[in-house]
Structures are given as structure tokens and as C-alpha cells.
Design a protein. Structure first.
Length: 266
């Protein structure tokens, strides 16, 4: 990263674990002023403690993405305190482990509220501050299953696919305002996302998926993301060989459906 992001104000959601946490360390160690958010204040404090002595700074701002009514006011407070927001990394979200037939509609709404509405609410709240400051970079986190359906992920996949439409439109509408937009497409990354994934009852899945356990580390994911951001990539692929499924789905759809039907979903 060198000094590319030194002094920049970087707001990261999902900052208390996984990819978000790894990004916090990358940016703070290179001199950024990081605003770290998640709904877990204790884990945010742990992350902040680990940043002690690094080149940059960190401010913990806990909030719940599902509480969209409070986001606009919060964004105004952050912008006023920091003076500006240069980069917004929407990393926070929740996954799913439930068949469609077993998933009650309230759970679909809950997942959509966090992954889609929470993300776009924060983006809409930050956008005017970026425009008035002369520009900025807004990042959304999709998923490899944000490009195709996958067993046990119906609401999750739908929420991530919806982000593509929103953020592509954001780029087209506000490129003139010097707003950069990137969408992350992670494959298998060794995070705790499967532990907190919601089952049909709304309870946490509580275990590591076999596929995720074989994924790249969050640190490696953060490196791939930062490299993509510096190059202003509109879509940033994050992962390893599993990303080949994107090309198979695009160019060989019949083969994709045969393969996807054989993959162990958990």
C-alpha cells in the first residue's frame, strides 16, 4: 500500500472479524484514519486495541445495519467529526443456511434488511458528504453466490444480487461527481461467516463450512481487495480456484447447473 491511503478517512463496516477486521489492520498500519463499525462493540474494542502503535488511527463506531432509521444521523456525525469520508467499505452482512421451503418470509426480510437495505442506507447517507468533498470511493460486498443461485443461500444470494444493480447504477449516475464504485465478489474466505449464518429458525448455524475452511485467509483477501481498489476495479474477485465457477456459469450454463447440483452446500 505504501503511502497511497495515508491520511485517508476510511469507514469499514463488518470490522470486528473476518475480511473487515483484516482491512482495518491494513489501512491503519498504512496511516489511514479508520472508522471501524459492527454490531459487536466488544470485538471492535479488541480490534482497536490491536491497532495500538500503528501508523494511523482507529475510531470504533458500533451500530446495527438492520437499524436503517438511525444510519443517516450516524453518518452525519461521523462526517462532522472526521471532516470527510474518503472511502466507504460496506463489508458487514449476514449469510444463510436454510432451504427455501423451510425459510419463513420474515427471515428473507431480515437478511435483505441487513445485506441490502443496511448497505444502501449507509451508502445513501455518506454519498452527499463525499460529493461535497469532491469525491470518494464506495465499496459494496457481494459474493460469488451474488452472481448465481446456490443451495441453502436463497435470501443471501438474492440480497447480494440486488447490490449489483444498485451499485452499477450508482457508478453511472455519479461518475461525474468523482465517485468511484467497486463491488467485491468473495469466493471462499476463511472467516466466521458460516458460524453466524442464519438457519430457518433464525438461530446461528454455529459451525465452519468445509468449503470455507479451505479458503484463503482474510489477510490474503484484504490484499486482493486493496490491490483492486488502487486499480479502481469495478468488480474485485476475491478468492482462489472456486472463482472459476463464475466463468463456467457465464459461458457454460448447462455445465454449471450440473456441477452446482453436485456441490455439497454446507
Amino acid at each position: 500500500m505504501n503511502d497511497f491511503y495515508s491520511g485517508r478517512v476510511v469507514w469499514i463496516t463488518g470490522a470486528s472479524s473476518g475480511i473487515g477486521e483484516a482491512l482495518v489492520y491494513k489501512f491503519v498500519s498504512n496511516g489511514s484514519r479508520v472508522v471501524a463499525s459492527s454490531c459487536d462493540s466488544d470485538q471492535l474494542d479488541r480490534v482497536a486495541d490491536r491497532c495500538s502503535g500503528m501508523k494511523g488511527s482507529i475510531t470504533a463506531v458500533p451500530f446495527d445495519l438492520a437499524d436503517t432509521a438511525a444510519i443517516e444521523k450516524l453518518a452525519g456525525e461521523v462526517a462532522a467529526k472526521e471532516g470527510r469520508i474518503d472511502i466507504l467499505l460496506n463489508i458487514g452482512g449476514v449469510s444463510q443456511r436454510a432451504l427455501i421451503i423451510d425459510t419463513p418470509l420474515w427471515l428473507d426480510r431480515r437478511i435483505m434488511e441487513v445485506n441490502y437495505f443496511g448497505t444502501i442506507a449507509l451508502t445513501k447517507a455518506v454519498l452527499p458528504h463525499m460529493i461535497s468533498a469532491g469525491g470518494g470511493h464506495i465499496v459494496a460486498t457481494s459474493s460469488i453466490s451474488g452472481r448465481f443461485g446456490f443451495p441453502l443461500r436463497s435470501a443471501y444470494s438474492a440480497s447480494k444480487q440486488a447490490l449489483h444493480g444498485f451499485f452499477e447504477t450508482l457508478l453511472l449516475e455519479h461518475k461525474k461527481d468523482n465517485i468511484r464504485v467497486s463491488v467485491l465478489i468473495p469466493g471462499r474466505v476463511r472467516t466466521k461467516i458460516s458460524f453466524s449464518a442464519l438457519t430457518a429458525s433464525g438461530k446461528e448455524h454455529g459451525k465452519m463450512d468445509e468449503g470455507l475452511d479451505k479458503g484463503i485467509t482474510p489477510e490474503r483477501a484484504a490484499e486482493q481487495i486493496i490491490r483492486g481498489l488502487k486499480r479502481n476495479r469495478r468488480e474485485i474477485l476475491v478468492g482462489s480456484s472456486e472463482l472459476l465457477m463464475l466463468s463456467i456459469r457465464k459461458y457454460f450454463p448447462a455445465l454449471f447447473f450440473r456441477l452446482a447440483g453436485k456441490i455439497k452446500p454446507t
